[in-house]
Write a protein that binds this ligand. Structure first.
Ligand SMILES: [Fe+2]
Length: 414
């Protein structure tokens, strides 16, 4: 045989081998939702990293102190997860535990399959500490309908570098439609939720859907999956999330009795621990001058407002009405913040008693904790002119300084 025929034969075999290997290579992994953060019961030592893939695949979360990563470009720790540790929709929630309090961390999620791999962008977050009393967090709500407007509000919030974010509900148009979460909500919120743990409460549009519970790591409390309502301490602040849709659910009255008795115990325990500020979050406002929702949810108001008053809640944040309103009722501050991207709505000609400020704007709320006082500011993002948004400078439209509900334990009785 001629030598050239021999070498052509060998070449053909090698080529076929490469083609064979290529054909059997799995497609590169895809982040359907890029990594986002959550907190559960102890944000001083644990932060949860979540993501969603196009199929079940193992992953590694690499993480370490930000200062170390900045110097070396490497991560000192890693947590591996198996392919089957995700949900049936391939959502993964991975707690990073044993973290140091009040420390900034860097992290990255690596997914590898065969020769293909995918690395997420590097995110960063802070842990809390039990006496942390100087930090910023943000609150907003009603992001359904227009992801582009939601993205503008997210971009504005990013400039504050909040320690965490709270959403007051109606995240998507229809909670049971997976595509709305994957293609509208999560892409819009990604730049913020990659760096700030994301807390949320149920709106009516979530429809108490499995997708809501599957999507978020939340602190424990009660109701469905133990996180239909929840609470957590973040430094000197106690945060409580409640479900206002509860009376529309099967056995709603029984569930609401459960929620109320949990709430009273939770607030009493927070006060006993010496938490300086108590902030409560839920969807339907108890008080509102909204054109279609005034005067607010009077049924829940009868049940809940006396509790907030009795336990000295610092401020209550709601959504549902697509505007901003601040009210003071019997000394309790009520903030309606529903300007995250849903169609804006106006107010009745005669605002209800207790209404202090109102605005029909895209916006968010910035809360700055400074020792014994907190500043609550409404930061405008844009106004609507027909269907187009005119962006607004971030000069606070409204602000309120509130004192601590009680002094810190070390100064109690002094
Ligand atoms: Fe709503």
């Amino acid at each position: 045989m001629h030598a050239w025929r021999y070498w052509i034969g060998i070449g053909a075999v090698i080529l076929l081998l490469f083609i064979g290997i290529g054909l059997h290579q799995p497609a590169p992994p895809v982040f359907v939702r890029s990594p986002y953060l959550g907190i559960e019961d102890d944000p001083t030592t644990t932060v949860v990293v979540s993501w969603k893939l196009d199929r079940p695949l193992p992953g590694v979360v690499r993480f370490g102190p930000w200062t170390e990563y900045e110097k070396t470009g490497t991560f000192s720790s890693a947590v591996s997860v198996s392919a089957d540790s995700g949900t049936e929709d391939f959502v993964y929630h991975v707690p990073l535990s044993g973290l140091s309090p009040d420390t900034e961390y860097a992290y990255r999620v690596d997914i590898k399959v065969g020769l293909a791999s995918r690395e997420s962008d590097v995110g960063r977050f802070w842990t809390a500490s039990s006496d942390l009393d100087h930090f910023v967090f943000t609150v907003y709500g009603d992001t359904r309908t227009y992801p582009d407007r939601h993205a503008l509000v997210v971009k504005a919030m990013e400039t504050d570098h909040p320690r965490f974010v709270v959403h007051t509900g109606d995240l998507v148009e229809t909670g049971g439609v997976e595509m709305l979460w994957d293609e509208r909500f999560f892409p819009a919120v990604a730049p913020l939720a990659a760096d700030a743990p994301y807390l949320t409460v149920l709106g009516n549009h979530e429809q108490n859907s499995p997708q809501y519970y599957e999507g978020f790591s939340l602190p424990s409390g009660g109701g469905k999956d133990g996180k239909e309502w929840w609470s957590v301490d973040y430094g000197t602040v106690h945060l409580v999330g409640l479900d206002t849709n509860i009376l529309t659910l099967p056995h709603g009255f029984r569930l609401n009795r459960e929620q109320i008795s949990w709430l009273k115990e939770d607030l009493a325990a927070a006060k006993a621990r010496g938490e300086r500020f108590i902030f409560v979050f839920f969807h339907h406002p108890l008080f509102s001058s909204d054109l279609e929702y005034a005067p607010g949810n009077t049924g829940l108001r009868t049940l809940w407002h006396p509790i907030f008053k009795e336990y000295g809640v610092t401020a209550v944040f709601s959504g549902h009405c697509h505007n901003y309103e601040r009210l003071v009722e019997d000394g309790v501050n009520y903030i309606v913040t529903g300007g995250g991207g849903a169609p804006l709505s106006g107010f009745t000609a005669d605002p209800i008693p207790g209404s202090v400020k109102r605005a029909e704007l895209l916006h968010y709320i910035r809360v700055t904790i400074s020792g014994e006082q907190a500043e609550i500011e409404m930061v405008p993002v844009g106004k609507m002119e027909g269907n187009s948004v005119t962006q607004l400078p971030p000069e606070p439209f409204d602000s309120l300084t509130v004192p601590a509900v009680q002094t810190s334990p070390s100064t109690l009785g002094s």
